[in-house]
Design a binder for this molecule. Structure first.
Ligand code: FIX
Ligand code: ZN
Length: 418
């Protein structure tokens, strides 16, 4: 390869990596955002930003009133309390607080004035459809994967009625209630016309496969997905283990769909905090190694919640090519852990990874989640490509663009298509 197409006018590697990363649009492979056709299910705006459950958990560290007094307030009253305690009474240095400011700045708003009223007034004038495009444009996100649950009573009717899809929003079939609470979920499914019983005999399992096929079709799901407690075991003859083995994996295999696993979450560690009350714990990677090894014809995409599991998960990816690692999820989505995880992944598994997803619950959040992560990923890449340059290996612009596109969703699309 000639040096002439490697860089423009002697531009150094640092500047080239910055240019390519900032110019590459991302496919955000896991969010809790919705196609605008879902109406009010798609959250956006300052009150939703401020009442994000990450901030609720942080605010309660300062609040001295009972939990229920907070939950009785309207959304904007809750937002006022959080703004006051996390932004005015203390400096907003946490990642989630800083995220609100990065987001407002990205939208062109003045944060220095600390004027919540004028921010609200500006937001009230925005058109929701244009707002979605603006957030995606500022965040440089080209495609968003939703989290879609047939078990959600607000979401299900929208799918059943049908709507015109926004091509920027793709679906993931989320099945936590089915795998983690079969006792109750089978009754719900029976009510929708699936001939299922509490006992997972062959006829029930075949009906579960029919349910998965119907909903994958209806949603045009890109993959199936579940979050798992740290106690998840494989093999296991619990309802969860049986459903995975005899319904979910066969369904995914037949349809070429990855099964996305999010292990390590402990739901309801403090139920008084509602959605903000979930915690984490380490899991035993041996269960996952057995799962990947027993199912070489299934594809698994995994993001682990505990920092302590990240290294062994990377090692597992070196052993199992049917495993794709993605994202720095939730409590790991803080700059110093993203930095550590991204470098570890690049060093152990190269570019066959998706370093980040946003997990955004509020449309505007894609702005900060992607801007903060892009910065950390950029620094890690600058170091990696500089190390290559020291050996005399020169990376062309086209190669840089190829690599970065892979990291920002391209490798995952290839994995899904495989
Ligand atoms: O299970 C999940 O998809 C998690 O991301 C959520 O349950 C969690 O509440 C969240 O928003 C984390 O970022
Ligand atoms: Zn999530």
């Amino acid at each position: 390869m000639s040096n002439s197409d490697n860089n423009q006018a002697g531009e150094g590697i640092e500047s080239r990596v910055r240019r390519v990363v900032s110019g590459t649009e991302a496919y955000d492979i896991h969010t809790h955002l919705y196609d605008p056709a879902f109406g009010e299910l798609l959250l956006w705006g300052i009150d939703d930003l401020l009442t994000y459950h990450y901030l609720v958990a942080e605010a309660f560290r300062y609040f001295d009133f009972p939990y229920e007094d907070f939950w009785k307030l309207s959304k904007s009253e809750q937002a006022d309390k959080i703004w006051d305690v996390l932004f005015l009474q203390h400096s907003p240095v946490s990642e989630a607080c800083r995220g609100v400011l990065t987001t407002l700045q990205g939208l062109g708003l003045d944060v220095a004035g600390r004027d919540l009223g004028s921010i609200r007034a500006w937001m009230a004038e925005q058109d929701p459809a244009e707002y979605v495009s603006k957030c995606m444009e500022v965040a440089k996100v080209r495609k968003i994967c939703m989290t879609n649950s047939p078990f959600d009573d607000l979401e299900r009717p929208v799918w059943e009625k049908g709507f015109e899809r926004d091509p920027r929003f793709v679906a993931a079939l989320r099945i936590d209630p089915m795998l983690l609470d079969w006792e109750n979920t089978h009754q719900q499914m029976a009510g929708w016309g699936y001939n299922v019983s509490a006992t997972l005999d062959e006829s029930t399992l075949s009906e579960v496969r029919r349910f998965l096929a119907d909903w994958s079709d209806k949603m045009d799901a890109q993959f199936a997905m579940v979050s798992l407690p740290p106690t998840f075991a494989y093999p296991d003859d619990s309802p969860c283990g049986t459903l995975i083995e005899k319904a979910v994996l066969p369904h995914c295999r037949e349809n070429g769909l990855p099964f996305a696993l999010m292990p390590g979450v402990k739901r309801g560690v403090n139920p008084l905090l509602q959605m903000a009350g979930d915690g984490l714990a380490k899991f035993d990677i041996a269960n996952y190694e057995r799962l990947f090894s027993a199912h070489p014809d299934n594809k698994f995409a995994v993001t682990a919640l505990s920092r302590e599991n990240q290294h062994e998960l990377c090692v597992a990816a070196r052993k199992f090519r049917n495993l794709h690692i993605f994202g720095c999820w939730w409590f790991t989505n803080i700059p110093h852990v993203i930095d550590e995880m991204t470098r570890m992944r690049l060093e152990l598994i190269g570019l066959s990874v998706t370093p980040q997803h946003s997990d955004a619950r509020v449309m505007d959040q894609v702005i900060y989640k992607w801007s903060h992560s892009r910065e950390v990923i950029t620094r890690a890449l600058i170091d990696k490509y500089s190390d290559l340059e020291k050996t005399g290996w020169v990376v062309s612009d086209a190669e840089l663009e190829r690599d970065v596109k892979d990291l920002f969703g391209g490798a995952f699309e290839t994995f899904c298509a495989r």
